[in-house]
Design a protein around this ligand. Structure first.
Ligand SMILES: [Zn+2]
Ligand SMILES: [Zn+2]
Length: 88
């Protein structure tokens, strides 16, 4: 999960096996409703394939690989309705 707090703007990347309906922000204590989450496919240079859910709405986002910590640039694919890794 990669969640953008709608109250303070902080982002958090974490793993969860449960489908959450709310994200409680550790920074400001407010809750962000998790709806219309989009899939983000990370194909990191370290060889990791990761699948995140995110509530980001920007066309371009950057997520950190959970294995090596490197930032990975993603672009929203409106046809597929998901974020894909930008290949250089
Ligand atoms: Zn917050
Ligand atoms: Zn990586």
């Amino acid at each position: 999960m990669h969640i953008h707090c709608e109250h303070c703007g902080k982002t958090k990347t974490f793993c969860t096996k449960h489908q959450l309906s709310y994200y409680s922000c550790k920074e400001c204590g407010e809750k962000t409703e998790l709806k219309d989450l989009k899939l983000a496919f990370i194909n990191c240079e370290c060889g990791s394939w990761l699948r995140y859910f995110t509530n980001e709405t920007a066309d371009l986002i950057e997520l950190n690989c959970i294995n090596c910590g490197m930032p990975v640039a993603l672009k929203y694919n409106a046809k597929k309705k998901l974020y894909e890794t930008i290949r250089s």
